[in-house]
Design a protein around this ligand. Structure first.
Ligand code: NAD
Length: 291
């Protein structure tokens, strides 16, 4: 593949905007589409050609990167527009949305019949990782499609994990986010316990981060976004609630018994109704510390 391959990016939100700009900065010919014109304008400032329709973003490209809120958005875009995929040869959709394994499997099968590829390729690393091309990407799908899409994937990610067949990337991402959601709750509760027992929470956090209770949530999210009262990580309560709900549903559908995760799902749902879906998800850490 020449480094001038065309890439369509659908969804230019907190993650998609950074990914589209990163690809443009690395020499790909990028066409970006978002329902919101303001997001298309921001993409254009970063060297991305703003497509006026999804059809335009699908035309004459070798790859399409999705960064959409839900599996239902992904399904709708593919179902309504897949016949417009108009490049040469096999076109690979790289779906970085946190989506659902069953939906990814069905779309991969459908696109394969049409001669195209679909990788579920959810990411970790937040807007900063998207903007710097240092995401962790966990991938489900065929070896051949990953080989074709590798130049795009390598431009976006510093860690690439091919987890297994279609849907495997989604499963791994839901497991990861269930753990991150649990760490947000447990770290908040740990600092509350420290305060109740007469210890400065900042001092307790320093200990946790130098000892075995640490996680990325305690090492990065608490100092950067919770203790600082910034709450602007760029990942919303609504999207994390979606991930926790999906992980919970996966446990139920597979019969996995996960009592602590079930409670975490409850706390992110009805247990935190005071927080809106538009709030940053890091507010949950302070919320649990204040209960
Ligand atoms: P976001 O809400 O900031 O952006 C989503 C964008 O998609 C919006 O700009 C919206 O206008 C656009 N959109 C919705 N439907 C569309 C359609 N049919 N066609 C074109 N554009 C459409 O969300 P985000 O935080 O960027 O997250 C995107 C995905 O990545 C989600 O699945 C999320 O769970 C996942 N994710 C987010 C983060 C993070 O830190 N924000 C990290 C990892 C994964």
């Amino acid at each position: 593949m020449s480094e001038k391959a065309g890439v369509g990016v659908i969804g230019l939100g907190s993650m998609g905007l950074g990914m589209a700009r990163t690809l443009a900065a690395k020499g790909f010919k990028v066409k970006g589409f978002d329902l919101a014109p303001a997001r298309r304008d921001l993409a254009a400032e970063g060297g991305v050609h703003p497509a006026q329709t999804i059809a335009e973003a699908f035309r004459d490209v070798s790859f399409v990167v999705f960064s959409l809120p839900t599996a239902s958005d992904v399904e709708t875009v593919v179902t309504q527009h897949a016949d417009l995929l108009g490049g040469e040869g096999r076109i690979v959709i790289i779906d970085t949305s946190t989506s659902e394994p069953d939906v990814s499997r069905a779309l991969a099968e459908k696109l394969d019949l049409a001669g195209h590829g679909f990788l579920d390729a959810p990411v970790s690393g937040g807007p900063a990782g998207a903007a710097s091309g240092t995401l962790t990407m966990m991938i489900g799908g065929k070896d051949g499609d990953l080989a074709l899409a590798r130049p795009v994937i390598e431009a976006l990610s510093s860690k690439i994990l091919h987890v297994g067949p279609s849907g495997a990337g989604n499963v791994a991402k839901l497991v990861n986010n269930m753990l991150a959601a649990a760490h947000m709750v447990t770290t908040g509760e740990g600092l509350k316990l420290a305060l109740a027992a007469g210890i400065d929470p900042e001092a307790a956090l320093r200990v946790v981060n130098a000892a075995s209770g640490r996680s990325m949530i305690s090492e990065v999210h608490f100092p950067t976004w919770v203790m600082s009262n910034r709450f602007d990580s760029g990942f919303s309560m609504g999207l994390m609630r979606k991930d926790v709900r999906l992980a919970h549903e996966l446990a139920q559908s597979t019969g996995a018994v996960t009592p602590l995760s079930d409670l975490v799902a409850k706390l992110w749902g009805e247990g935190s109704e005071e927080l809106s879906d538009q709030d940053d998800f890091t507010r949950m850490g302070a919320f649990r510390a204040d209960r």
